[in-house]
Design a protein around this ligand. Structure first.
Ligand code: GLN
Length: 251
């Protein structure tokens, strides 16, 4: 009998970056792994630690306000950046939300003119704007072919993110502001790394996105995704309810 696969999830700065229930993304991944009869361990990674990112199967970093971002920016761009960048280039799946998403870019210029260094994992940069983008969001993605190709969530950021040629948007905005309120893009994708402004948390209401990340993790680990389908009726109903609510509360 083949040995049971144990997926290793890395959770960056869990005590500093956890806005709007971002931790729910970890809970969703853990559940969806266990429902497939696979095993999982979550490794929490804090300030000063230099983990071997290549040994992990999937990494998550959540959102935070400027204060928390300032506390971790140098650590992320310092002891962690090279290892994380190399692992992502080699195919490590990663999900980054809002504040964490911003700090994986080249830099984040805050409202008071400070420049927080980015880890340079994603080819993008962020500048604070005057107006906050707050509210429900619906985007359409081409990351997978099956319906629903929508991703739903909640955004609350003043940062405007602009993508360089090294990544492409996660989706096109149907409702909400997205990366910068201007170019119609939301989030970023590079190899198996996904950045997004969507809180919620994003994965419970978007099971296809959760499985996209898990498929990439399993492919990298054992050469084939082989992810058994789940009954996602409740999750898909929540997804569609969120789309309706976003349309009804459109700004
Ligand atoms: N401080 C960042 C901004 O406002 C990120 C906020 C967040 O993670 N929600 O743009």
């Amino acid at each position: 009998m083949a040995a049971l696969v144990t997926l290793r999830l890395g959770y960056l700065y869990p005590d500093l970056l956890n806005l709007y229930g971002d931790r729910g993304n970890i809970l969703t991944l853990v559940r969806r792994i266990r429902w497939r009869g696979l095993d999982v361990v979550v490794r929490e990674i804090g300030l000063g630690e230099r983990p071997d990112f290549a040994e992990l199967d999937l990494v998550f970093i959540g959102g935070g306000q400027d204060r928390e971002q300032a506390l971790i920016a140098e650590d992320l761009a310092g002891v962690k950046a090279d290892g994380l960048r190399a692992a992502v280039e080699a195919g490590l799946p990663l999900l980054a939300v809002c504040g964490g998403y911003q700090l994986l870019g080249r830099f984040y210029r805050t409202g008071d003119g400070r420049e927080l260094p980015g880890a340079g994992v994603l080819d993008l940069w962020t500048e604070a704007g005057k107006r906050r983008m707050i509210g429900n969001v619906v985007i359409e993605t081409d990351l997978w072919m099956e319906e629903p190709r929508t991703i739903v969530g909640f955004e609350n950021h003043s940062g405007r993110t602009f993508l360089g040629p090294g990544c492409r948007p996660l989706g096109r905005v149907r409702v909400g502001g997205g990366n910068n309120g201007r170019d119609g893009g939301e989030g970023a994708v590079h190899r198996s790394a996904v950045g997004t402004y969507l809180h919620g948390p994003v994965l419970p209401k978007n099971p296809r996105l959760a499985d996209w990340l898990l498929e990439r993790a399993l492919e990298r680990r054992r050469g084939t995704a082989g992810l058994a389908p789940l009954d996602d009726a409740v999750e898909v109903a929540a997804h569609h309810a969120a789309i309706e609510r976003a349309r009804a509360t459109r700004r």
